[in-house]
Design a protein. Structure first.
Length: 89
């Protein structure tokens, strides 16, 4: 396995990880900003006040994005295992 192949393999792994985590990170970011604004407007500084909506949003995003995430992960795994002979030199 050459250095270029190793770099390409790692690049694909990092890109796949990035794309798989992006929907959940995006939802977490948006919900975090919204809950912070709600806490500022209402002057409620309780940490559990923002935890429940955040967890609910994460669960909803995970359930909605799961089919897409699984399709993407299966495609990556299939491509990786399909090219396994190329890496065995």
């Amino acid at each position: 396995m050459t250095t270029a192949q190793t770099v390409d393999l790692m690049r694909q792994a990092f890109l796949t990880t990035f794309w798989l985590s992006l929907p959940l990170l995006g939802v977490g970011f948006v919900i975090g900003i919204v809950m912070s604004l709600v806490q500022i407007v209402t002057s409620i500084q309780d940490s559990s006040f923002s935890a429940v909506p955040r967890l609910t949003a994460f669960l909803a995003a995970l359930l909605l994005a799961m089919p897409w995430m699984l399709t993407r992960l299966i495609a990556y795994t299939t491509a990786l295992l399909g090219n396994l002979g190329r890496f065995a030199h």
